[in-house]
Design a protein around this ligand. Structure first.
Ligand code: A1D88
Length: 784
C-alpha cells in the first residue's frame, strides 16, 4: 500500500527525528587520570613545530601552541567514530580548562575537531542510557553545566572552529565558547536534537541559546530539533562567522588573535534578548510569548511528549529568574525526562536506527555509480530523485512516453526548486542533481548504449506481473550486464514470481519504497529464496546511500509493513460497521499516537487501493483479515468515492485554498449505515470507551507483527519496531510494536486478546509466539 498519509505520518516521525538509533557500544574506558588521559600536549610551535603539528593526539584532546600564545585544542577521540561528550572527553576537557586557566603564556584558544565529520555529536547517548535514576542524570547535567560555565567564564577568549556535526552537548559546548566560526562543509550541522530523545539540552543550552538567537528561535530549535547549516546558523545568530572548511583553522586563529588583542570584539556577554523583537524586549511581551508558545506546544506535543514543555519551562525560568535558576530547572527536568518511558523508547529507536545503518550483507566493492529506473511515475521519479540527490549516482530514467518522462523529470526539478527556495540547497547543487538524471523514452535512441552502464536497475512500472516480466526480459535482451542487479519496487507481487522471467534469478530482488519516496525513511529489501547474498548486500548499500533506513524482510504477501497494516485497517472498517464514527475513530487513534487516523489513511491511500489490498491480503491471511465486510469499499468505489484523489471518500475534501479542510461525507455515512452489524448502532458505539477502540486497533497490528516475527518475515523485534515506526508512523514514544508489548506485558496482552477473540472472533487469537513469551515471562527486548 503506497500510503501517502502514512507516509506523511512517518515523515513527521522522521522529521521529529523521533526515530533514530545506534548499536550500543561500551564507551571506551579511559584508564589514566584526567591530564594524562586527555593526552594534552602543551608544546610550543617555536620549540618543535613540525613534531607538534604532526603528532597524533594520544587522548581525546590535544593542545598545540602557536608562537604567539594561541592554544589550538583538538578534540579527536580515537576510540569513537564521532566525537561525543563521554566520560573520557569530559575529564580530558577538565584538564584543558585547568591548562587554559593556569598557563599565562596562553592568550586565547581555538577549539576544533580532529574528525572529518563531527565536531562533537552531543553527549554520549549510551552514557545517558546507562543512568539508573533521575538524580544520576541530573548530576550528569550539572557536571556539564559547570564545565560550560567554567569555559564561558574564562578571561581568555575561546573560538569554536566548527566543522561537522555539532549537536546537543556539542552545540552547548560551542555556545559556551566566546566566538563561533562555522564551516560551510556539507557535514556541518548545528542543532539541539535532545527533544528527539525525549530530553532537553542539559548543559546550559536552554539558557545560552535564547541569548544568541532570541527566545522564539531558540524554542523552535530546541522543541523541533531542527539542524542548521553554516549560513542559517549565521543568519540566526548562533554563528559569528562562516568559513570554508579549508580556511576554518586560519579564520579561527585570526579571530582568536583579534579577540585577544581587542581588535575583534566578543558579543556582549548577556546579549539582551534581541530587543528588536517587540515581544522579547519587554516582560509583558515575553509573558504573551511564553503563554502562546505553551498553548502551541500543548496542542502539538500533547501529553505523549513531555520534553517540549519542559524546554519552554526551562527557558522561561532562565529569562525570568536568571542563569542559575534556569540551569537548576534545566538539570532537574533533564533527570526527570531521562527516566520516562518516552525517552527510553526514543533512545532505543535511535540505537535501532543506527544499527540499521550497518549493512549485514556483503558490501559491494564500489557503490552503485549508475542506476536505471524504469517508470517515471510518482514512485519511479521519487526513486530517481533520491538516487541522484542522496546517492549522487547517475540515473537513467526511462518511461514509455515522453509525457510520462517529462512529468517525472518535473517532479524531481520541482522538489529541487523547493529546496533552493527554502535555502536548503544551493542552485548549483540542485542543478547537479537534475543533470545526473538522464531521461529516455520509447523512440528516443541511446537507451541500449547506456543500459550496460547500470549497476542496478529498479523497475517501478505498473503492478502487473505480465508487464514486469516483459520488462525484465527486454532489459536482459537489451544488454543489462550480467553482474547488474534487478530490483522491483513492487508492493504486492511475489519477488520469486518476478524472478521467473529472468535468466539470472539470483540477481532479482524486491526494493519496496514508500510514498513519497523523497520523504519516507523506510525501505524494505526483499530477497526471494534464490537471491544471492551479494545482491542483497548491493540493494542494502544502495538503500543506505539513498538515505533510507533499511530492513530486510521475507518474500511474503504484504512483506512486513503492509501485512501489519492490513488487519489494522480491517479492524477500522469493523469498528465503523459497529457504529463508531469516522471522526471519532481517527481522533482516538491519533490520541494513541498515530500521526493520522485510519479513516483518513484509507482516504489518502485511495479507497480503490485499500479495497484491492484488503482482498489481496484476505486471500493470503484468511481469518486474520476478518471482522469487517469489505464490500463497503467496492460500493464506495462504484459511487465515485475514491478518497482524497476524487475529492470524497469517508470524508469530503475542500478545494483550492481550503484543500486541507475535510468534513464527514454524508453519502459514505449513509452507506456505512447499511453495513452496520446486527444489533449495532451509532448510539451504542458512542458508549464504547476509547481505550477499547485503541486496544482493538493496536491488537490487530500487534498480532500480525508477532506472526511476522514467529514466521521469520522480519529478522528481529528491532527490525519490526523500526519498520512500523518508519513505515507507517507507529507511535514512536511507544518504541514500536515489540517494545510496546514489552511495556504492556506479554501476559496482559494475551489475556486481552483472548477476551477480544471470545467477543469478536478468531482474528484476535493470540499467536503462538505470544503464548511462549507470556508463559516464559520473556521480553522481546530483554536487556531493557
Ligand atoms: C546534555 C546533552 C545531551 C545530549 O547531547 S543528547 C545527544 C544529542 N545528540 C544527538 O542526538 C546526535 C545523535 N547522533 C546522530 O543523530 C547521528 O549519529 C549523526 C547525525 C550525528 C550522524 O549520523 P551518520 O553520519 O549517519 O552516522 P551514524 O552512523 O549515526 O553515527 C556514527 C557513529 O557515531 C555514533 N554516535 C553519534 N552520535 C552519538 C552520540 N551522541 N552518542 C553516542 N554515539 C554517537 C553512532 O553511534 C555511530 O557509532 P557506531 O559507528 O559505533 O555505530
Amino acid at each position: 500500500m503506497r500510503a501517502s498519509a502514512s507516509a506523511r505520518a512517518a515523515l513527521r516521525v522522521a522529521r521529529s527525528g523521533a526515530a533514530r538509533a545506534v548499536v550500543a557500544r561500551v564507551a571506551a574506558a579511559q584508564a589514566a587520570p584526567a591530564m594524562a588521559r586527555s593526552g594534552i600536549q602543551a608544546r610550543s610551535m617555536a620549540d618543535k613545530p613540525a613534531a607538534a603539528a604532526a603528532a597524533a593526539p594520544a587522548g581525546p584532546t590535544s593542545i598545540e601552541m602557536t608562537e604567539d600564545g594561541i592554544a589550538i585544542i583538538t578534540m579527536n577521540d580515537l576510540s569513537e567514530r564521532m566525537n561525543v561528550l563521554n566520560k573520557g572527553m569530559m575529564e580530558a576537557f577538565e584538564g584543558v580548562l585547568n591548562k587554559l586557566e593556569s598557563d599565562s603564556s596562553i592568550r586565547a584558544a581555538v577549539l576544533m575537531s580532529g574528525k572529518d565529520d563531527s565536531w562533537v555529536a552531543g553527549a554520549d547517548i549510551r552514557m545517558l542510557d546507562a543512568c539508573k535514576s533521575a538524580e544520576e542524570l541530573a548530576t550528569l547535567a550539572r557536571t556539564g553545566q559547570k564545565m560550560m560555565d567554567r569555559l564561558a567564564g574564562l578571561k581568555k577568549p575561546v573560538v569554536a572552529a566548527i566543522n561537522g556535526f555539532c549537536l546537543g552537548g556539542g552545540a552547548e559546548l560551542a555556545m559556551a565558547c566566546h566566538y563561533r566560526i562555522v564551516s560551510t562543509g556539507s557535514k556541518t550541522k548545528i542543532g539541539l536534537p535532545e527533544v528527539q530523545l525525549g530530553l532537553l539540552p542539559g548543559s546550559g543550552g536552554t539558557q545560552r541559546l535564547p541569548k544568541l538567537v532570541g527566545i522564539q528561535n531558540a524554542v523552535t530549535m530546541m522543541t523541533t530539533g531542527q539542524q542548521l547549516d553554516a549560513k542559517r546558523a549565521k543568519r540566526n545568530g548562533f554563528a559569528d562567522s562562516v568559513a570554508d572548511p579549508f580556511a576554518l583553522r586560519d579564520a579561527a586563529l585570526q579571530a582568536a588573535r583579534g579577540l585577544a588583542d581587542g581588535s575583534l570584539k566578543r558579543k556582549p556577554k548577556a546579549q539582551p534578548l534581541v530587543p528588536t523583537r517587540l515581544l522579547e524586549g519587554t516582560s509583558i511581551g515575553r509573558n504573551v510569548l511564553f503563554d502562546q508558545a505553551g498553548k502551541m506546544i500543548a496542542k502539538k506535543a500533547g501529553t505523549a511528549y513531555p520534553a517540549p514543555m519542559e524546554i519552554l519551562n526551562a527557558v522561561r525560568a532562565g529569562v525570568e529568574g536568571g542563569h542559575a535558576k534556569g540551569q537548576e530547572v534545566e538539570a532537574a527536568a533533564f533527570g526527570k525526562l531521562g527516566m520516562t518511558s518516552v525517552s527510553a523508547a526514543l533512545r532505543s529507536i535511535y540505537f535501532a536506527q543506527t544499527a540499521a545503518k550497518k549493512n549485514p550483507f556483503p558490501k559491494p566493492a564500489e557503490p552503485a555509480s549508475t542506476v536505471a529506473v524504469l517508470g517515471a511515475g510518482l514512485m519511479g521519479a521519487g526513486i530517481a530523485e533520491v538516487t541522484a540527490h542522496k546517492a549522487a549516482a547517475t540515473v537513467l530514467l526511462r518511461d514509455k512516453t515522453l509525457e510520462g518522462l517529462s512529468r517525472g523529470e518535473k517532479q524531481i526539478s520541482g522538489n529541487m526548486d523547493k529546496k533552493v527556495s527554502r535555502r536548503r540547497m544551493t542552485k548549483a547543487a540542485a542543478d547537479a542533481v537534475t543533470s545526473r538524471v538522464l531521461g529516455f523514452c520509447d523512440g528516443v535512441p541511446g537507451w541500449d548504449r547506456q543500459l550496460p552502464r547500470a549497476d542496478v536497475v529498479v523497475e517501478a512500472v505498473f503492478e502487473d506481473l505480465g508487464l514486469k516480466h516483459s520488462v525484465i526480459k527486454e532489459l536482459e535482451a537489451t544488454g543489462l550486464r550480467p553482474d547488474a542487479i534487478l530490483a522491483s519496487n513492487t508492493s504486492a507481487l511475489p519477488i520469486a514470481d518476478l524472478a521467473k522471467a529472468s535468466k539470472h534469478p539470483e540477481r532479482v530482488i524486491g526494493m519496496h519504497y514508500f510514498s513519497p519516496v523523497d520523504k519516507m525513511p523506510l525501505l524494505e529489501v526483499i530477497p526471494h529464496a534464490g537471491t544471492s547474498d551479494a545482491v542483497v548486500g548491493r540493494a542494502f548499500d544502495l538503500g543506505l546511500k539513498q538515505g533510507k533506513t533499511v530492513i530486510v524482510v521475507k518474500d511474503v504477501p504484504g512483506f512486513y509493513v503492509n501485512r501489519c497494516l492490513g488487519p489494522f485497517m480491517a479492524e477500522a472498517f469493523a469498528l465503523m460497521q459497529e457504529g463508531v464514527e469516522a471522526e471519532r475513530l481517527d481522533k482516538v487513534m491519533r490520541d494513541f499516537g498515530f500521526p493520522v487516523g485510519p479513516v483518513t489513511l484509507a482516504d489518502e491511500v485511495g479507497i480503490d487501493v485499500a479495497s484491492h489490498v484488503n482482498s489481496f491480503l484476505t486471500e493470503h491471511l484468511g481469518e486474520r483479515m476478518g471482522g469487517s465486510d469489505a464490500t463497503v469499499l467496492r460500493d464506495m468505489m462504484d459511487r465515485g468515492m475514491m478518497g482524497r484523489k476524487s475529492g470524497k471518500g469517508f470524508f469530503v475534501y475542500g478545494k483550492g485554498k481550503g484543500k486541507g479542510a475535510k468534513t464527514v461525507n454524508p453519502d459514505a455515512k449513509a452507506l456505512l449505515a447499511k453495513y452496520l452489524k446486527k444489533g449495532a448502532s451509532v448510539e451504542a458505539a458512542a458508549a464504547m470507551d476509547d481505550a477499547t477502540i485503541q486496544d482493538r486497533m493496536a491488537g490487530r497490528f500487534l498480532i500480525e507483527a508477532l506472526l511476522c516475527l514467529q514466521d521469520g518475515i522480519i529478522r528481529s523485534p528491532t527490525d519490526g519496531d523500526v519498520g512500523a515506526i518508519f513505515g507507517i508512523g507507529f507511535p514512536p514514544f511507544r518504541g514500536g510494536p515489540f517494545r510496546h508489548i514489552d511495556a504492556v506485558g506479554a501476559d496482559n496482552l494475551r489475556n486481552q486478546l483472548r477476551g477480544f477473540a471470545a467477543k469478536y472472533g478468531p482474528q484476535f487469537n493470540p499467536p503462538r509466539i505470544l503464548n511462549e513469551y507470556a508463559d516464559a515471562k520473556k521480553r522481546f527486548h530483554p536487556s531493557e
